[in-house]
Design a protein around this ligand. Structure first.
Ligand code: WQD
Length: 339
């Protein structure tokens, strides 16, 4: 199938493009490069030996989006483009509501106009709020603690309402847990600009000596060792989950958790990273981060039953692949991320 991937040069987007190409699909990428670099297009080609079409556009721009639909016959859209930093969303709510919601409405509108019926949406486990773990797709959603989470919950509702009046529109809402790791080639991975918000890129930058030690946000949570528990999923497993959701997409709205079903604490992840890579990562326990919940991990039975998909890669593989990319990144880019 011919698939438009918005945000296709981003961390999850680039891995999803690789998985789509390796599954035999054709890929068109739209990205405004606000959080990624155009050389990712060449790296995707280097990995897959396949060409992709790339358009540097903002997917809130309806005219620009329509120009792609008029040039390419599309079977579906995987909408990954969006702002995704929880803390930043608290400081810049309008940017988050505008970007994440208008982009989804523009894409849905143009899909209707051009008769494109398959739509896979990048949602997030954040929409569950501080529910009881493991989170399952039938749960009532609780208010999230930030505008980012609210944009994902609102986009889910918008898409659900669109399907009610367009039953031929097939929508898959994929709730990601915590994507980490990188393609085994070391060519693509998670390269946040500035100081990383997320745990794994922070660990890899400490391991490389770019940051002096990991700050562990809180050690008094009601968890196995008092530190936050999350469901870390290898980004390649996540990417393959998108292909599976697309290939099995039927009419209606379908919600799937993309996680491993396993909870891992901060200290457990740190230990796994040190063991997998034979490197020590210094850390200190500091205060909790506002907005964090104690535990977040998935009930993954629905994706297994309906899609025949399950995460395959374990936590050590995530740690090895994340570290390989981090070491490779500097050599490849020759640039310093900070600043
Ligand atoms: C993981 C754990 C922290 C950094 C967020 C978004 C979520 C998704 C993934 C987009 C927590 C602890 C972290 C650090 C730490 N993004 N931590 N020191 O907050 O679970 O999820 O990113 O879809 O929507 O909410 O991920 O990696 O920031 O934190 O101790 O320097 O690591 O407290 O327990 P999070 P994270």
């Amino acid at each position: 199938m011919n698939i438009l991937v918005t945000g296709g040069t981003g961390y999850i987007g680039s891995h999803t493009c690789v998985a789509l190409l390796e599954a035999g699909h054709s890929v068109i990428v739209a990205d405004n490069l606000c959080n990624s670099k155009v050389d990712i297009v060449d790296k995707i080609k280097q990995i897959t030996n396949k060409k992709i079409a790339f358009y540097q556009i903002d997917v809130t721009d309806e005219v620009a989006v329509e120009s792609i639909f008029s040039k390419h016959y599309l079977d579906g859209v995987i909408h990954l483009a969006g702002l995704k930093a929880v803390g930043e969303s608290v400081e810049k709510p309008l940017a988050y509501y505008y970007n994440n919601i208008v982009s989804t409405m523009v894409l849905s509108k143009v899909c209707q106009k051009y008769g494109v019926r398959k739509f896979v949406f990048s949602s997030s486990a954040t929409v569950y709020g501080d529910n009881t773990v493991p989170f399952n797709e039938k749960m009532n959603l609780l208010p999230t603690t930030n505008p980012y989470g609210e944009t994902k919950a609102m986009c889910e509702r918008i898409l659900t309402d669109i399907v009610k009046v367009n039953p031929s529109f097939s929508v898959s809402l994929l709730r990601y847990f915590n994507p980490v790791g990188a393609h085994e080639s070391g060519l693509i991975g998670e390269a946040p600009t500035g100081i990383p918000n997320n745990l794994m890129p922070y660990i890899t930058q400490v391991a490389k000596g770019q940051l002096d030690k990991l700050k562990v946000f809180g050690s008094e949570y009601p968890t196995v060792d008092g530190t936050g528990v999350r469901d870390y999923i290898h980004v390649l497993d996540l990417a393959e989950g998108h292909v599976s959701a697309l290939d099995n997409l039927i009419e209606g709205v379908h919600i799937f958790n993309l996680g491993t079903g396993q909870g891992t604490s901060v200290l457990e992840l740190l230990k796994a990273f040190e063991e997998a890579n034979g490197i020590e990562v210094p850390y200190e326990i500091v205060n909790r981060r506002p907005g964090d919940i104690a535990s977040c991990y998935a009930d993954v039975s629905k994706a297994k039953q309906k899609l025949g998909w399950a995460a395959k890669r374990d936590i050590k593989a995530m740690c090895r692949d994340a570290w390989r990319f981090e070491k490779n990144y500097k050599e490849l880019e020759g640039t310093n991320r900070i600043g």
